[in-house]
Ligand binder design. Structure first.
Ligand SMILES: Nc1ncnc2c1ncn2[C@@H]1O[C@H](COP(=O)(O)OP(=O)(O)OP(=O)(O)O)[C@@H](O)[C@H]1O
Length: 869
C-alpha cells in the first residue's frame, strides 16, 4: 500500500489579506487588470498596456505561494529552532496559516479543489483548479465567503450559512456528500456532524401569511407539538395544540422568472446528459465552459433528488400566530432560541386573496447570469423566500428587485434611503417592466400618490413610513392606505444601513408576505448584521466582485495606496497634538496635497473624469479652492449640487470635482473613471467599498484595456495608515490588491506644484492650527447627495439653513488681508463660475439671491465673532 500523503497547503492569500487588514503586513505590490500603470518598485510610471499573466505564469505563482507556505510550515520553524510549544494547529493558526497536515489526502486529490479544516470550520478553495467554478457556486450557497483573492478563497461554514443553504432547498445529506466529493481529504467527522446537527431543524419551520393571518408551518408534527407546549410561544398563538391544522402539501415546481432565457422560451429543455460527462473529476465535468449554468444544474440535480420522494405522501401542519408585530417577533425569536430557525415563504402562485398585478419584464429585458442565479435562490420552488441578495455596486440590484416583483405579481412596496432613490426606482420599474405608470406610485414628502386600481407598487423611503412625528392629513391617509392592505413583496434597498429598530417598525406596520433586502456590502462596523437575519431573512446570494469585473459587468479597477511623507513642520505638530486635530494635520499634509494635485493633473491629461473624496469639510474646501476645482458638501444647496454634477457629466472643462461623504452612495456618474480619497471615515470598510462603487459603473468599462483608478492618499507614519489598512479589508477580501506607491514619478517637475516652498507650508500649518474643533473631524451628515435634506420643506433651497453661524478662530489682522493666510481663507470657490455659464430661470435666480444674502450675513457674523476675541 502506498504511504498516505499528508496535506500541507495553507491559505496564503487569505492569511496575507488578514494581516494586511490588521495592519501588520505591507500590502502586496500587485496590480489588477490588464493595464499595468506602475513599475514594480512602487513608482508611478508610463507602463505599457499588457495582457494578464499567461496560465503558465499563474501556475508558477501558485507554486511559489505553496513553496512559501511550506517554508512557513511547523516543521521548518522547528528546524530553525523556532518550534512550536503549542499544538501544530494552534501554532500555525497564530501566524495566519492553517496547517492541514493532520489530514490524509485522497489519491486523486490534485483534481479536487477543496480543503476542509474541521478545527476552524474553514473551507479553502483552490481557485486555479479546473473544478473551481463548480465548487464555488456550491460554497457560496452553503458557507460565508471570507476572502476571495486571486488564487485561494476562504469560506467559513456557520450555522447561519447552513441555514441559508437549507432555505434554498438543499438537504444536509446533499451538502455532506457534495463537500466530500470536492474535498481533497475525506470529510472530517466533526464537519459532517456539524452539518448534520445544525441542519436538523433548519428549513423545517416556516412563517407564512395566508388570508391576512400568520401561521407557523412545518412538515413535522412533532416539532409543532414541541413548540405549542412552550409557554412563551403558546402565549402568542391564536390556536392551541388541539387546533393544529393538517393539510396536504402542495406539489412544488420551480418558478419561472421573467427576464430569464427560460422565460423567453430560449431554453426548452435541460439536457442533463451534458452534465454527466465524466473525466474522472469530482463532479464529472470535462471542462469549465458554461460553468455558471452547469453549477445551477448541479444544484438543481441535488434538489431534484429530494423531489423524487413521493410528494403526495407529505403533509404540512400549522398553527396561527397572533397578528400583532410583538407576538410575531417574539414567536420567531423563541423558535430560534429553541433551535428552529424560521424561514419566511410566500406561496404567491396560490394566493387568491390578493389581486394579481399586471406586470412583466419587457421583451428586451435580459437578466444577467448572476442576477438570474440570485433570483433562483429566492424562488427555488414555487414559493418566494425572504432574504438578502448581495451584489456589488453598479451590478444591477434594481433590476433584480424589479424581476422579483414581476415574478410574484402582487402588490409591492419598495423602501429606499432617499427621495432621489425613490424617483430612480420608479424610473427603473418603468424601464425594465411593462407596468402601467398609473400602477406605480410614490410616497415622499413632496408626493403622496396612490395607485388607482386594486393593486400596484408604492415606492417610498424608510423615514416616510417610520416617521414618529405627527403626519400631515395626506401623509396619514397614505399610511392608512398602506397599512390596511397586504403586500406580496417588500423590497428593502440598501438593507445594511437601516437600523434594526426601523425594520421593526416597518415590518410591524406593513403586512408583507415576502421581504427582499438588497445591498452591496453586508457590512456594519457595529456588527449588527445578525439582526438582519432575524428581521429580513438569510443571505440568499452574494456575488463575486472579481468575476463580475472579469465579465465586464463592472469596471476593472486599479487600486493604489499612495504613501505621502509628512513634512517636518506638520509631523512635529502631529506628534505634539493629542486631540482630534491630529486628523486634520495628516489630511492637510502638504505632501498629500501635492500628490493629489499631481494625480488630478495626470488623469485630466489622460482624459479621465476624477472625483476627489474628503470627509473633512475644511480639507475639502481648502483643496478644491486652492486647485480651483468644483466641490459639493452637506452645506451645498441642491441647485448648486445639480449644477456641478451636470457640468461634471457633460462639460469638457469640468473634469474633476471634490465631494464630501454625502456622495458616498446613490451617486450614478458613469463618466467618473478615477477616484482619489484624501480623507475618510476612520476605518470604515463599508465606506471604502461604497466609494469604489462610484467608479464600478464607468461607461467606458468595456473599452479594450480600460481601467478605472482608485487612489487612497495616506500620510506616512500616522494613524491614517492603520485606518487605511482596516478600510481596505473588505475590498482585499473581494480580491482587490492595493498597490503601494511610495513615490510619484515626476511630481517634483509639475508646473505650479503647490506648497513647494517652506514659507507656503508654514502658512498652511498656521491656518490648520487656527482651525477650531468643528473643522477637525469628519462631516456629520447621515444622508446622501440626493436626499434633499438641505432643501427647505416648502421647496426653498437652504444651503446653510441647517448650520448655525460658524465660529472660526483667527486674528483681527487676518481680516485685513495683511497676512498671507488671508488668501487661503478667502480662496475663491470655482463653483461660482458655473453660475455665470448657466442660464437660470427666475426661481433659481431668486434662490441664488437669497443664498448670497445669507452668505453675506454669515460673513458679517463671522467678522463680529472675530472682533470680539
Ligand atoms: N441585465 C441588465 N442588462 C442591461 N443593463 C443592466 C442590467 N442590469 C443592470 N444594468 C445596468 O447597470 C447599471 C447599474 O444598475 P443599478 O443602478 O441597478 O446598480 P446597483 O447595483 O443598484 O448600484 P448601486 O449599489 O451603486 O446603487 C444601470 O445602468 C442598469 O441599467
Amino acid at each position: 500500500m502506498p504511504p498516505k500523503r499528508k496535506a500541507t497547503v495553507s491559505a496564503r492569500g487569505v492569511g496575507s489579506a488578514k494581516r494586511l487588514a490588521s495592519g501588520t503586513a505591507t500590502p502586496r505590490s500587485r496590480s489588477i487588470g490588464s493595464s499595468d500603470e506602475y513599475t514594480e518598485d512602487g513608482e508611478y510610471g508610463n507602463g505599457s498596456e499588457a495582457d494578464g499573466p499567461p496560465p503558465a505564469e499563474e501556475r508558477r505563482r501558485v507554486s511559489n505561494i505553496q513553496k512559501a507556505v511550506k517554508a512557513m510550515s511547523v516543521e521548518n520553524l522547528k528546524s530553525r529552532g523556532k518550534g512550536p510549544t503549542k499544538s501544530k494547529h494552534e501554532a500555525t493558526a497564530s501566524i495566519g496559516f492553517s496547517n492541514l497536515s493532520y489530514l490524509d489526502l485522497k489519491p486523486d486529490h490534485e483534481k479536487r479543489p477543496l480543503w476542509v479544516d474541521a478545527k476552524t470550520d474553514k473551507i479553502i478553495l483552490e481557485n486555479f483548479s479546473p473544478f473551481a467554478s463548480r465548487a464555488k457556486d456550491f460554497l457560496t450557497t452553503i458557507a460565508e465567503p471570507l476572502s476571495r483573492p486571486a488564487y485561494l478563497h476562504e469560506y467559513r461554514l456557520t450555522s447561519n450559512s447552513l441555514y441559508a443553504a437549507i432555505s434554498v432547498g438543499l438537504e444536509a445529506e446533499d451538502i455532506v456528500d457534495t463537500l466530500d466529493k470536492f474535498s481533497k481529504t475525506p470529510l472530517p467527522e466533526e464537519t459532517r456532524n456539524f452539518i448534520m446537527n445544525s441542519s436538523k431543524a433548519y428549513g423545517k419551520l416556516k412563517k407564512v401569511l395566508k388570508n391576512s393571518k400568520y401561521y407557523l408551518e412545518t412538515p413535522e408534527n412533532s416539532i409543532l407539538q414541541e413548540l405549542v407546549q412552550d409557554a412563551v410561544i403558546s402565549a402568542h398563538l391564536v390556536s392551541s395544540s388541539k387546533d393544529i391544522i393538517t393539510e396536504k402539501a402542495v406539489k412544488k415546481g420551480p418558478a419561472v422568472i421573467p427576464g430569464t432565457r427560460e422565460a423567453a422560451g430560449l431554453i426548452q429543455q435541460v439536457d442533463r446528459q451534458n452534465n454527466a460527462q465524466s473525466d474522472g473529476g469530482p463532479s464529472g465535468h470535462a471542462n469549465d465552459a458554461g460553468a455558471g449554468k452547469d453549477d445551477e444544474m448541479f444544484l438543481a440535480t441535488l434538489r431534484e433528488e429530494d423531489d423524487d420522494e413521493d410528494e403526495d405522501q407529505k403533509h404540512i401542519h400549522s398553527v396561527e400566530i397572533l397578528r400583532d408585530s410583538a407576538s410575531l417577533e417574539r414567536v420567531i425569536e423563541r423558535c430560534w432560541e429553541m433551535g428552529y430557525p424560521v424561514l419566511e415563504e410566500y406561496d404567491h402562485e396560490n394566493d387568491e386573496k390578493n389581486a394579481t398585478l399586471d406586470i412583466n419584464t419587457t421583451s428586451k429585458t435580459r437578466l444577467r447570469d448572476y442576477q438570474e442565479t440570485s433570483l433562483r435562490k429566492m424562488f427555488g420552488n414555487s414559493r418566494a423566500r425572504s432574504g438578502m441578495i448581495v451584489l456589488p455596486c453598479g451590478a444591477g440590484k434594481t433590476l433584480v428587485g424589479v424581476a422579483a416583483a414581476c415574478t410574484i405579481k402582487k402588490g409591492t412596496l419598495v423602501l429606499c434611503t432617499s427621495s432621489m432613490s425613490v424617483v430612480q426606482w420608479r424610473q427603473e420599474f418603468l424601464k425594465w417592466s411593462n407596468i402601467d405608470p398609473d400602477d406605480i406610485a410614490i410616497f415622499t414628502a413632496e408626493s403622496k400618490q396612490k395607485f388607482s386600481r386594486s393593486t400596484g407598487i408604492i415606492v417610498s423611503t424608510y423615514s416616510m413610513v417610520t416617521q414618529t412625528r405627527s403626519r400631515s392629513y395626506d401623509a396619514q391617509k397614505m399610511m392608512d392606505f398602506m397599512t390596511e392592505r397586504e403586500w406580496g413583496l417588500m423590497i428593502l434597498d440598501e438593507v445594511h444601513v437601516v437600523p434594526a429598530s426601523i425594520f421593526r417598525k416597518v415590518t410591524g406596520q406593513l403586512y408583507t408576505h415576502c421581504k427582499l433586502g438588497l445591498t452591496a456590502t453586508l457590512l456594519r462596523e457595529d456588527d449588527k448584521i445578525s439582526d438582519l437575519n432575524l428581521l429580513v431573512g438569510p443571505k440568499l446570494y452574494e456575488a463575486n466582485w472579481m468575476e463580475l469585473s472579469q465579465q465586464g459587468h463592472i469596471a476593472t479597477v486599479q487600486c493604489a495606496e499612495v504613501w505621502c511623507p509628512m513634512t517636518t513642520e506638520f509631523y512635529q505638530e502631529y506628534l505634539r497634538e493629542k486631540s482630534r486635530k491630529r486628523g486634520l494635520l495628516y489630511v492637510m499634509n502638504p505632501r498629500k496635497f501635492q500628490a493629489c494635485q499631481f494625480l488630478i493633473d495626470y488623469h485630466e491629461k489622460r482624459g479621465d473624469k476624477t472625483i476627489v473624496f474628503s470627509d473633512n469639510v475644511y480639507a475639502l474646501q481648502s483643496y478644491a479652492k486652492k486647485l480651483k476645482k468644483f466641490f459639493i458638501y452637506g452645506g451645498t444647496g441642491q441647485v448648486e449640487r445639480m449644477r456641478v454634477l451636470e457640468n461634471f457629466q457633460h462639460s469638457e472643462v469640468v473634469n474633476t470635482i471634490f465631494l464630501s461623504k454625502i456622495g458616498d452612495t446613490s451617486l450614478d456618474l458613469p463618466e467618473a473613471t478615477c477616484l482619489i480619497q484624501i480623507s475618510s471615515h476612520y476605518g470604515s470598510r463599508r465606506q471604502e467599498a461604497q466609494r469604489l462603487g462610484r467608479i464600478l459603473r464607468a461607461k467606458r468599462r468595456n473599452d479594450e484595456g480600460f481601467n478605472a483608478f482608485f487612489y487612497s492618499l495616506v500620510s506616512k507614519d500616522t494613524q491614517e495608515m492603520y485606518y487605511s489598512a482596516k478600510r481596505q479589508a473588505f475590498l482585499v477580501d473581494q480580491g482587490y490588491a492595493f498597490k503601494v506607491i511610495s513615490h510619484l514619478n515626476g511630481i517634483e517637475n509639475l508646473p505650479g506644484l503647490a506648497y513647494s516652498t517652506a514659507a507656503e507650508r508654514r502658512e498652511l500649518l498656521q491656518d490648520v492650527m487656527l482651525q477650531n474643533e468643528e473643522s477637525w473631524g469628519v462631516e456629520q451628515i447621515q444622508d446622501d447627495l440626493f436626499s434633499g435634506r438641505s432643501a427647505h420643506p416648502k421647496g426653498k433651497v437652504t444651503a446653510l439653513a441647517k448650520k448655525g453661524p460658524k465660529r472660526t478662530a483667527g486674528m483681527l489682522s487676518d481680516l485685513s488681508g495683511a497676512q498671507d493666510m488671508a488668501y487661503i481663507e478667502y480662496n475663491k470657490s470655482r463653483n461660482k463660475e458655473l453660475k455665470v455659464q448657466t442660464k437660470h430661470n427666475p426661481l433659481f435666480r431668486k434662490i441664488e439671491r437669497d443664498r448670497e444674502k445669507r452668505k453675506a450675513a454669515r460673513l458679517e457674523q463671522l467678522k463680529e465673532v472675530r472682533s470680539m476675541r
